[in-house]
Ligand binder design. Structure first.
Ligand code: NAG
Ligand code: NAG
Ligand code: NAG
Ligand code: NAG
Ligand code: NAG
Ligand code: NAG
Ligand code: NAG
Ligand code: NAG
Ligand code: NAG
Ligand code: NAG
Ligand code: NAG
Ligand code: NAG
Ligand code: CU
Length: 658
């Protein structure tokens, strides 16, 4: 492995020498990068450079100005008659919704008259979790529902509001939790919804109330954080409105709606997980069977033979987004999938990116937008093309990151954009054209330097720095487990790391807990907990270092982080200590802040966060298979404050009830 980063580790600074752990077969050839390995390290670098360049050019559109110009009807749209054409497959756009389907065409469209300046209030929601059968793409399977529907209902509020969400678990056996993805939960760490970290599961047949205030705004989502449960249907969008920031952004669009994009399996997640974690599986993640857009997509039932064991209803069809012509719609994209990164595009339409996770950014035009698991982007779509056709919305799976083939998979998940006046026909083959730009080959993010936050926040100088390495133990008959600095996460039983820290600090052993660096009491190598700012507010740099050939969308709970640098190969420690740590460098500017970032194969990411939020905060790969394989670390911030906090009785009671 000649491309192991070589550098000069400094005194006290973490080393960059990639030392695979004993047993990690770093040299074993895996399918997805075979071509790279054959070419050797030099070829890898050249190829990576070439891809990077191609991508940079490809994603930039000729028209790079913002879409804030006044809407002027395109000449063609008035004269073109309503088109006819090939009807949509199955029941089509006007099919009666099955009773388990959420009507996303109405419920995921946000009301532009929503009062951004309303006085703070408490908003109550009920989420009832249940199991049953559904067929989002026609293939019938066991799945999970919220309030009897799939996907989950929109939760919508203003910054400053209090959310009170009563979650009722009507599953037959299993516990559940709900995590509020992207929310700070500042002062309410115990409502973060993370099994084994901030709470024990809500037992079957019981209810639990989440109760917290909202101190931020943007596009979020909520999902089960119990095992692989969200993959089977427990998730939905969470939109928090802001005052000034959002009113400014609204000048860029006339409509606002949610678009969930995700991979989908025709089997229940726990069955897939068992196969994935089996010994000698070589980290071969399950390949999805299809993708969904707003919980629906077309599937070709002939792909399954009569004896396949699957039932497929061939009245299934595409999601149709019916939009008015000559309007600008903000599409709030959320990747609610388990494994797959997508490149999102709309035929014949450039997209203006205005939000990444929950950070509003200066408009940036793209043709294709990569979006990895758990990330969000808002793009503005201007319906100013010819009304002579409908258009395909495409979510193309970045299949290069798959470790095998799935014969039934069509890797382009589609929905129909219609403003032609006829929303019952498939887009015309000659008029709706995919952009010609190259697609990406490595699962990676849109270059973060292209996205400039509207609200400037310059990162303060760091006060501490930690390196975290991760890899997968593959080969040699090993279980397919992830290693995070030598640890592999499994949830604690009957307790949480939060409860342990709370108890530890408050019962007189504070020095064991208010630690800078790894907290080893009292758990073994199944928790990797890093203490930051036991008594102070630290500004923490994290160098996250991948020793794996896959891509990993890392999510940090309770925070937004600044992306200071990303790369592969050697990390420049000298420059880091001289310029970046101290924030002297011009590189430490108004860089993108988000909560989910993709770490490329054998790549690294340097991020910074302010550890002012007391709690136990999960930092993990959001690919469900990887998380369940143990790819999870935790930060404990301000342990001293946690020790002086009494946890709500209903939260601790959940652990006693297990
Ligand atoms: C993780 O391991 C690296 C490499 O051994 C080490 O430099 C670093 O300090 C460790 N991180 C923590 C938080 O202990
Ligand atoms: C359509 O809108 C996009 C985005 O605002 C703009 O770049 C493009 O020039 C417009 N095209 C036409 C034909 O008006
Ligand atoms: C839409 O297209 C279909 C199929 O070509 C046609 O039968 C129908 O009349 C069209 N609808 C409208 C509103 O024109
Ligand atoms: C599709 O067919 C199934 C099985 O007959 C039926 O239950 C369902 O309601 C149909 N869906 C639509 C949209 O017509
Ligand atoms: C939560 O919902 C359940 C089921 O409807 C109900 O029994 C329970 O009383 C509710 N809890 C609260 C605190 O409202
Ligand atoms: C409940 O959990 C078990 C163990 O993980 C799993 O095998 C089963 O599929 C789950 N059932 C449901 C309905 O979630
Ligand atoms: C939510 O928390 C607030 C503040 O602690 C409390 O006043 C309120 O009663 C709680 N509401 C519910 C429904 O538990
Ligand atoms: C569906 O699959 C069958 C069998 O592979 C194929 O013959 C047919 O053309 C496909 N239909 C469509 C609409 O792609
Ligand atoms: C879409 O773009 C393609 C090629 O760029 C072009 O041939 C086609 O006419 C366009 N469609 C419309 C409706 O303008
Ligand atoms: C957790 O509690 C359950 C039920 O009380 C018990 O059976 C189990 O042994 C406990 N597990 C651990 C690791 O303490
Ligand atoms: C403090 O830790 C020591 C060693 O782990 C343990 O024996 C002792 O009981 C702890 N004290 C308290 C007050 O928890
Ligand atoms: C979290 O709350 C603390 C007060 O406890 C405050 O100082 C800090 O700024 C808050 N952080 C965020 C991100 O809201
Ligand atoms: Cu991962």
């Amino acid at each position: 492995m000649a491309e192991s980063p070589s550098s000069s580790p400094e005194k006290g600074g973490p080393s960059t020498t990639a030392t695979p752990e004993k047993g990690d077969k770093m040299t074993s050839v895996r399918k997805r990068y075979r071509v790279f390995w054959l070419g050797g390290a030099l070829a890898l670098i050249i190829l990576a450079l070439a891809l990077g360049l191609g991508l940079g050019l490809g994603l930039r559109s000729r028209n790079s100005t913002s879409s804030s110009a006044a809407v002027s009807p395109s000449p063609s749209s008035t004269s073109t008659p309503v088109p006819t054409g090939t009807p949509l497959p199955g029941a089509g756009a006007n099919a009666k919704l099955e009773d388990w389907r959420l009507d996303t065409s109405s419920q995921y469209v946000l009301d532009m008259n929503w009062d951004l300046n309303a006085a703070p209030t408490t908003r109550h929601y009920d989420l009832v979790i249940s199991e049953g059968q559904g067929w989002p793409d026609g293939v019938v399977r066991d799945m999970l529902f919220i309030n009897g529907k799939f996907p989950g209902p929109l939760i919508e509020a203003n910054m400053g509001d209090r959310l009170v969400v009563n979650v009722t678990n009507k599953l037959s056996k299993n516990a559940t939790t709900i995590h509020w993805h992207g929310l700070y939960q500042n002062g309410t760490n115990w409502y973060d919804g993370t099994t084994g970290i901030t709470q024990c599961g809500i037992p079957a047949g019981t209810s639990f109330v989440y109760n917290f205030t909202l101190t931020q705004f943007g596009t979020y989502w909520y999902h089960s954080h119990y095992g692989t449960q969200y993959s089977d249907g427990i998730f939905g969008p969470l939109i928090i409105h802001g005052t000034a920031g959002e009113s400014d952004a609204r000048k860029l669009y006339d409509r606002d709606q949610i678009v969930l994009v995700q991979d989908w399996y025709h089997d229940f997640s726990t069955a897939l997980l068992v196969a994935y974690l089996a010994p000698d599986n070589e980290n071969t993640e399950p390949i999805p069977d299809n993708g969904l857009i707003n919980g629906q997509a077309w599937f070709n039932c002939s792909s399954y033979s009569a004896d396949s064991g699957y039932t497929c209803y061939d009245n299934n069809t595409y999601t149709v987004l019916t939009l008015p012509a000559d309007t600008r719609t903000r599409l709030r994209l959320i990747n609610t999938g388990s494994f797959t990164e997508f490149e999102f595009s709309v035929d014949n339409h450039s997209l203006s990116v205005i939000e990444a996770d929950s950070t509003l950014v200066q408009p940036h035009m793209v043709h294709r937008l990569p979006i990895h698991v758990a990330q969000r982007y808002s793009v503005v779509l201007n319906t100013n093309q010819s009304t002579g056709s409908n258009y395909w919305m495409r979510a193309e799976m970045v299949t290069f990151c798959f470790t095998g083939d799935n014969p039934v998979l069509d890797a382009t998940t589609k929905a129909v954009i219609s403003y032609s006046g006829n929303d019952s026909i498939v887009p015309s083959e000659s008029l709706s054209k995919d952009w010609g730009d190259a697609t990406i080959e490595i699962c990676q993010d849109l270059d973060p330097s292209l996205l400039v936050p509207v609200e400037q926040k310059i990162p303060p100088a760091a006060t501490t720095m930690w390196r975290i390495d991760f890899s997968f133990g593959i080969g040699g008959n090993q279980l397919d487990r992830a290693k995070v600095n030598g640890t592999s996460w499994t949830p604690l039983m009957n307790t949480t790391t939060l409860m342990e820290v709370n108890k530890g600090v408050s019962t007189g052993n504070a020095s064991l807990w208010e630690v800078d660096g790894q907290v080893t009491e009292p758990w073994g190598t199944d928790q990797f907990v890093v203490g930051v700012g036991g008594r102070e507010v630290d500004v923490v740099d994290v160098l996250l270092y991948s020793l794996d050939e896959g891509s990993h969308p890392f999510h940090f709970h309770g925070h937004q982080f600044w992306i200071l640098e990303t790369g592969s190969g050697p990390f420049d420690w000298t420059s880091y200590h001289e310029n970046i740590y101290t924030s002297k460098s011009t590189a430490v500017q108004n860089v993108l802040r988000r909560d989910t970032l993709t770490v490329e194969p054998y790549g690294w990411a340097l991020i910074r966060f302010v550890a002012d939020n007391p709690g136990l905060w999960a930092f993990h790969c959001h690919i469900t298979w990887h998380m369940e394989a143990g790819l999870m670390a935790q930060f404990v911030s301000r342990a001293y404050v946690l020790g002086g906090t009494e946890l709500p009785a209903d939260v601790t009671a959940l652990c006693a009830a297990q």
